[in-house]
Write a protein that binds this ligand. Structure first.
Ligand code: HPA
Ligand code: MG
Length: 176
């Protein structure tokens, strides 16, 4: 059934069951891939809170979990925007950092995140995103794990918002 959020109508797109099945696959793959790694999973707030909390239940190795928020403010020259990582409360030195994103579209955010994390003395940097819009992607950075490749249409639910609303919906809806 369609749902209404603020002024927009959305249609059912990916069910809660489909999401969980895919999360199990991704987590199992990572469990294999990271057998020799010391991993820190870093969720990018707000969108990834539900994804990371579900995903990590299927991951079968010891790991650390943290969340960050991207903050941006105008630098001294008003033209340059300075971006900062807020809330990273674990020592990432020598560890494999896995950035956990809800969605990667243009890739602007992920590019900045990679640059910020590469300032630390980490062993390796990996990216997992639940959703990816290949048609909108303008970067060359490899996305190591992708939940679902989707068309460039607006989605909401499972952590993703439309004007701050809809993050609590357990499945994903697409704009009508
Ligand atoms: N939905 C919600 N948030 C987003 C999207 C989307 O489709 N793309 C980038 N941020
Ligand atoms: Mg948003």
């Amino acid at each position: 059934m369609d749902i209404q959020i603020l002024d927009k109508t959305f249609v059912p797109y990916i069910s809660a069951e489909e999401i969980q099945l895919r999360l199990k696959e991704l987590a199992l793959q990572m469990t294999e891939d990271f057998k020799d790694e010391e991993c820190v999973f870093v969720g990018v707030l707000n969108g990834s809170f539900m994804f990371l909390s579900d995903l990590i239940k299927y991951y079968q190795r010891p790991c650390e979990i943290s969340f960050v928020k991207m903050a941006s403010y105008e630098g001294l020259q008003t033209t340059n925007e300075v971006r900062q990582l807020l809330g990273l409360d674990v020592d990432v030195t020598g560890k494999t950092v896995v950035i956990v994103e809800d969605i990667v579209d243009t890739g602007n955010t992920i590019e900045v995140l990679c640059e910020l994390f590469n300032r630390y003395k980490i062993k390796d940097l990996k990216i997992i995103t639940l959703f990816h819009k290949p048609e909108a992607y303008t970067k060359t950075i490899t996305l190591d794990y992708i939940g679902f490749n989707i068309p460039d249409k607006f989605i909401v639910g499972y952590g993703l918002d439309y004007n701050k609303q809809g993050r609590n919906i357990p499945e994903v809806y697409q704009i009508k």
